[in-house]
Write a protein that binds this ligand. Structure first.
Ligand code: GMT
Length: 377
């Protein structure tokens, strides 16, 4: 198949899923054309069967808001025609699904093409639900030839918010087995925790939904009982507040804000516990990435996280904002090596058994084939 993949190319779960999906499809012999405003950040090398098409928006003084959606639609139509695409697979509904619809309409007489939209979370739960985007989100979902959501939670919320009758397939986020990083880890671990402290980590884009201050709250409570080091990986609008909170609590010397990092698997592999206290999470890819490194996760029970974290097997969940309980679970794991070893193993096994790339990619391929064979609507 020849597939046009559209995504946000910067740091963020939806872009990571789209990029890894594209690379895996290409490895299986499909031709993949990424269409985005910048090179997706996990696509920096050459991959056979993978092509990248950059969307440029004309900068003209009249445009207070340069119309990216239109430039994208135009590029999508061009690539579909000249690269003979079979389908568009757009990640994150806004504005990608409506640009896809426009592109499809533009070329339908000479190059009919199908649209698959994958909903990732905030495109529905925050942005798409906003009055300013509600109608266009509903319309673009209805007009997609197939729609997927990354959890049952997200599927159900989408149907409820938008009163949608169309079928939405649930296809979970996926991971690949990570090579053993022990040697590199030992050296780096020594630098981060020179006195043999345990390491707690968090990885996100530091948006308000991530509740990064709760991670600092957990660290504070844990530090009352034992020495730990905390790695805060990523960057975003809430970072300064979290840094200030760590200073206020007088724990700044134990908390390192590492900013955006490329090799997240290496950093996650160093940790003993991963914390994700989000107020909303349609799936929680970062937690899955920690799991495959054998790191037990303490997360909130928001949204799709309960479909990912299996109590006592891959970690523990708590109510959103229950910092005390999160600290309790963290301490229990950090103070009990037997329990920690058991969970580290079951976490990894559970992640690989349920979310391995070889299980998930065929679900997308099957959906592509089914959608391409649908009668033209
Ligand atoms: O988590 C973010 O803020 C980034 C966001 C995105 O769209 O890039 O992530 C969403 O998609 C990921 C991949 O499907 C999911 O694993 C995340 O749970 C989801 N984030 C939220 O729902 C907040």
């Amino acid at each position: 198949m020849r597939i046009g993949l559209v995504c946000y190319p910067t740091y963020g779960g939806s872009g990571v899923v789209a990029t890894e999906l594209g690379k895996n499809l290409a490895r299986r012999g499909h031709e993949v054309h990424f269409i985005a405003y910048a090179l997706p950040y996990r696509l920096s090398e050459y991959y056979e069967n993978v092509f990248y098409h950059e969307v440029k928006v004309l900068d003209y003084p009249l445009f207070e808001y340069p119309p990216y959606s239109l430039a994208l639609a135009s590029k999508m139509a061009e690539i579909a025609r000249y690269q003979n695409l079979d389908l568009f697979h757009v990640h994150y509904a806004i504005p990608h699904a409506i640009s896809a619809y426009l592109a499809k309409e533009m070329i339908k007489d000479h190059h009919p093409i199908k649209i698959i939209t994958t909903l990732h979370g905030t495109d529905i739960t925050l942005v798409g639900k906003d009055q300013s985007f509600l109608e266009v989100t509903r319309f673009s979902i209805e007009k997609s030839d197939a729609v997927t959501a990354v959890s049952r939670y997200l599927r159900d919320k989408t149907i409820e918010f938008f009163n949608i009758e169309k079928n939405i397939d649930v296809i979970y986020n996926f991971i690949e087995e990570q090579p053993e990083q022990r040697k590199k880890c030992d050296e780096l671990r020594q630098r981060i925790a020179p006195n043999g402290e345990k390491i707690i980590s968090h990885l996100s884009n530091f948006r308000p939904v991530k509740r990064v201050e709760d991670v600092i709250g957990v660290a504070y409570k844990v530090l009352q009982e034992m020495p730990v080091k905390v790695m805060m990986i990523g960057d975003g609008p809430e970072r300064s507040k979290a840094e200030a909170r760590a200073r206020e609590l007088n724990i700044a010397e134990h908390v390192q804000f590492l900013g955006k990092q490329d090799n997240v698997y290496l950093l996650l592999s160093l940790s003993d516990v991963f914390i994700m206290p989000s107020s909303l999470e349609s799936f929680g890819l970062a937690a899955l990435e920690a799991m495959v490194c054998g790191i037990p996760c303490i997360t909130s029970n928001a949204g799709g996280l309960v479909e990912l974290v299996r109590e006592g097997i891959s970690g523990f969940t708590t109510e959103v904002g229950d910092v005390n309980k999160m600290a309790e679970h963290t301490l229990r794991l950090l103070k009990n090596p037997k329990l920690h070893i058991k969970l580290a193993q079951s976490t990894r096994e559970y992640a690989l058994a349920n979310f391995h790339v070889d299980q998930i990619i065929p679900q997308y391929i099957e959906l592509y084939e089914r959608t391409i064979n649908l009668n033209q609507t």
